[in-house]
Design a protein around this ligand. Structure first.
Ligand code: COA
Length: 162
């Protein structure tokens, strides 16, 4: 059984991430989405909120599991008996950062490989922080995030403004 892990902050999940999941769910027997607490990023949504948004946005895919994790990705892969790390690539800037991360992971868990998926051209400019900034400033982000994420963003904005 080929098990892949797709790690990321997903704060929040975007249509770009969903596209990667739709494509990779066809390639592997199971894809585990690992929602990571990234200490270097200030999150808008809690880990559980992010997990629920991904679960609901991937209801149409039957081999996706969503979990929260903290710690070393290599340890998580061992725990899940996974041999593939999925990462989306949007540009050469992503590539430089991602290639370094894949080499570190290769040292930490040599039996695992990172598989890079080029973002669909429709989502090449989309990032979670871009979406958050645009939404907070009143922009329409409906083409970038699933409808339930758009709703979640509106609710967060209301809470912030109270
Ligand atoms: N569509 C839209 N956006 C995309 C995308 C796509 N296809 N692919 C990447 N992105 C965006 C994300 O939205 C995110 O945007 P943001 O910075 O505006 O939030 C950005 O690209 C990359 O972030 P993300 O995918 O969340 O990764 P990250 O860099 O925050 O985290 C981890 C990377 C979680 C995989 C890494 O930190 C990790 O493995 N942590 C565990 C600890 C560990 O093992 N460390 C050693 C390994 S080097």
């Amino acid at each position: 059984m080929k098990i892949a892990v797709y790690p990321g902050s997903f704060d929040p999940v975007t249509r770009g991430h969903i596209d990667i999941l739709e494509r990779t769910s066809q390639m592997f027997d199971k894809v585990v989405v690992a929602v990571v607490h990234n200490v270097t990023k200030h999150a808008l949504f809690t880990l559980d909120e992010r997990k629920e948004m991904i679960k609901k946005s991937t209801k149409h895919l039957d081999n996706i599991e969503v979990e929260c994790f903290s710690g070393l990705l290599a340890d998580y892969l061992r725990q899940k008996e996974a041999t593939i790390i999925i990462r989306g690539l949007r540009s050469m800037v992503d590539f430089e950062y991602e290639s370094q991360m894949s080499m570190i992971n290769r040292q930490l868990i040599p039996q695992a490989d990172t598989v890079f998926i080029m973002s669909d051209p429709r989502y090449i400019f989309v990032s979670s922080s871009g979406v958050k900034e645009a939404a907070l400033l009143g922009g329409d982000v409906s083409s970038m995030v699933p409808p339930l994420v758009e709703k979640g963003l509106q609710e967060k904005i209301k809470q912030i403004k109270i």
